[in-house]
Design a protein around this ligand. Structure first.
Ligand code: ZN
Length: 92
């Protein structure tokens, strides 16, 4: 039998919140559970932000929004924001 997230949430609510003697104990149980669940993640919850500065206009760009084709970077190590990539028309 497979349990859904809703099923598991209901079990958590019953066993870790409703069946304990105090709100403090319930909060402690939930904190422990969250810590254990966080260790199950397959990808890090947080990552360090990485910023690039455009060689042309000087704006800062977070690495999470760069073009997937690598067109923000030049062969000699330069960097262009999406508005300044040579040859790209952004007039739409
Ligand atoms: Zn730029």
């Amino acid at each position: 039998m497979t349990y859904t997230v809703e099923d598991i949430t209901e079990m958590i609510h019953h066993h870790l919140v409703l069946s304990v003697d105090s709100d403090d104990q319930a909060d402690s149980n939930l904190c422990q559970l969250v810590a254990h669940i966080a260790q199950l993640r397959t990808h890090p919850l947080l990552r360090d932000a990485e910023w690039w500065v455009c060689d042309t206009c000087g704006c800062s760009v977070e690495s999470g929004v760069l073009a997937e084709d690598g067109s923000n970077f030049t062969a000699d190590g330069g960097f262009y924001c999406s508005d300044c990539i040579p040859g790209r028309s952004n007039d739409s």
